[in-house]
Ligand binder design. Sequence first.
Ligand SMILES: *Cc1c(COP(=O)(O)O)cnc(C)c1O
Length: 400
Amino acid sequence: MNTTAELGIVSGDRRSAADDYAIGSFPRPTGEIRDRVDTFISELRADKPYFLGFPANLDFSFSGLSGLLDIFVNNVGDPRSTEKAAISAKPMECAVVDAITELANGRPEHTYGYVGASGSEANLFGLDRGCTLLPDAKIYCSAATHYSVRKAARLMRKELVVLDCDESGRMDVDALADACRRDAGRGAVVVATLGTTMTGAIDDVDAIVDAAASAGRVYVHLDAALGGLIVPFTEHGTTWGFAKAEVGSLAISMHKGLGMPVPCALALCRAELVRTAVEGEYVGATDATLGCSRAGMASVLLWYALSDKGIAGLEQHARRALTTAEYAVTTLAASGLNPMRHRESIIVVFDRPAEWICRKYYLATEGERAHIVTLPHVRESMIDSLCLDILEPGAAVTRG
Ligand SMILES: *Cc1c(COP(=O)(O)O)cnc(C)c1O
């Protein structure tokens, strides 16, 4: 995933040389293959106590569902459309889409959604819907927007207007208003981010809608990759997401907040933005998704996790993550590391430590600053040990 490179996360030295995995002309002995995979698993597991900077919740276990590894589950086409082969987990996918739609203040009967491969795909889906609705509009985003938006604009050959951020890291709405005045009459497709990747800043959707109005009709795509499972449990719980009429689509990465062994994301939009036509006759399903074959396993795992936790469990997650973020601010401040956190964010930015520490704790870095994400698997003791490492005499010296 390129996010890693872009954020400057340095993956450790634990990966063996590619040769260890080279596929030969003849089968490897089964025991050797098992050993390689087992080693791979234990290496990744061993790093869990240091997994502080990467936005993925590692607090999950699906090992009771290993039977899934021996069946083929393919959600081809729209979740609500039956497909010819009937080897899907679509009823589970629909239940997941409905639950998350309600969390986002949408009405399930008025919302289209599916489980996609990643937050980036869900952003592309939403922007495609917005640009189809407003074909003359440009896409507007801030400099802190995730790079998947640039990628989406490039794929759609759409003009992207990148606006500065204000001092708090949110989209500068005055700059947006200026840009939209220049584009009067074209309409505007604006990306608002609920939790920017690096600093966790939360764009002000109300202000964005007002600022963009001089362009004409406004379509907002909400990138809630990380914030989508936090904001519902804050004071904005009942006003965010589809509660705002201009919000046409929404993306939430599920491996980030919920915790999943495979990346996946919810792509949601207002139902009227989707044309339901049978796209590929051989499939027999209508298909407004960006995939064709989609990982049915992701839907089963999501359904399992959400059924197991309930909405109350998600709320508990969010509260714990926010409490841990507060703890991190206090602890990093006591260590003189100038922490900064936006309200309702679980990202804590602080002074960039030595490289070996960034590597040990998977810290995302940008310039002179680094960040951690206090997802539910992050314990206070992990933050303590990070601070101890930083304060240790000689910590600033690069280590092997
Ligand atoms: C991580 C992230 C994405 C991309 O999500 P993936 O699931 O990694 O593709 C998009 N937007 C924001 C704000 C993110 O933090």
